[in-house]
Design a protein around this ligand. Structure first.
Ligand SMILES: Nc1ncnc2c1ncn2[C@@H]1O[C@H](COP(=O)(O)OP(=O)(O)O)[C@@H](O)[C@H]1O
Ligand SMILES: [Mg+2]
Length: 261
């Protein structure tokens, strides 16, 4: 039976207090490549969790599953006690509204102005009036330091500015969860610090739960409550950043850190 034909499972009764995201026994395959193999993990509300690990270890796949850009082959994904998978399309759309994502390549709508990039989803998905959406967008553009770029198109902005717009666009949905996938990896080196500072501010000043993939280890150390080290689709080590970065237990973690630090 396809997961889409399951009845609406509604609230799951066993959500532990404070838990916002839960993956249970999640398996994802691409052809005969099993990328995630019965993966379990959970993230408490308001926490900042960083996923580290070698390229190809499944980090982006996890974020794309949460964003519903991919479907798991097996397992359950729950957000704030409501199932994202398995779920019918209507429920999935509802649950998905609580999640925002910022991508490595910005992924702004190139044909829309900066303002419209930010107001589009709040109007079409959340049903805000155009005025409300514009007001919210302007506050966010102010926060990310781009109040004067409302009418610009993405191609007229630097990579750092485009990424700030993408962050504002994600926040405009007032998500409970913000997914960040190597958001500074495509930036020129001199633009990285500004975007990381903005994300530090957001981490400090909001209660948004953050799930972050990054190779910026100083940033990860600053903002993370927990670091998960992935290898071949499994969490091989998890702990506070001080522990993972200073006294990793696994050889694999040590090797990875010595390559990126
Ligand atoms: N759309 C896809 N089709 C086929 N294979 C994919 C696809 N996306 C990811 N993969 C494979 O899944 C594995 C994990 O990829 P990914 O989650 O992107 O890793 P990471 O983000 O940790 O570098 C890799 O082997 C990758 O080649
Ligand atoms: Mg990736």
């Amino acid at each position: 039976m396809s997961t889409d034909t399951l009845p609406n499972p509604g609230k799951s009764p066993e959500k532990p207090a404070g838990e916002l995201i839960r993956l249970e026994q999640v398996t994802k395959r691409f052809g005969d490549n099993t990328v995630l193999d019965h993966l379990d993990f959970s993230v408490a509300a308001g926490k900042h969790v960083t996923l580290i690990g070698p390229s190809g270890s499944g980090k982006t796949t996890i974020l794309r599953l949460l964003m519903t850009l991919l479907k798991p082959d097996e397992g359950t994904i729950t957000v704030d006690g409501q199932q994202l998978f398995p779920a019918n399309e209507k429920q999935r759309r509802e649950v998905r509204k609580q999640i925002g994502m910022v991508f490595q390549q910005f992924n702004l709508f190139p044909n829309m102005t900066v303002l419209r990039n930010i107001t589009e989803a709040p109007v079409t998905v959340l049903g805000l009036s155009k005025d409300e959406a514009v007001e919210r967008a302007k506050e966010l553009l102010d926060m990310v330091g781009l109040a004067d770029k409302c009418d610009a198109h993405p191609a007229q902005l630097s990579g750092g500015q485009q990424q700030r717009v993408a962050i504002a666009r994600a926040l405009a949905m007032r998500p409970k969860v913000l997914l960040l996938d190597e958001v500074t990896s495509a930036l020129d080196p001199e633009l990285v610090a500004g975007v990381l500072d903005l994300l530090r501010d957001i981490a400090r000043s909001t209660d948004i739960t953050m799930l972050c993939v990054t190779h910026e280890m100083n940033f990860a150390r600053d903002i993370s409550d927990q670091v998960l080290m992935f290898d071949s689709g499994r969490v091989i080590e998890a702990g506070a950043p001080e522990k993972i970065f200073s006294e990793p237990e696994h050889d694999r973690t040590r090797e990875f850190l010595s390559a990126v630090l």
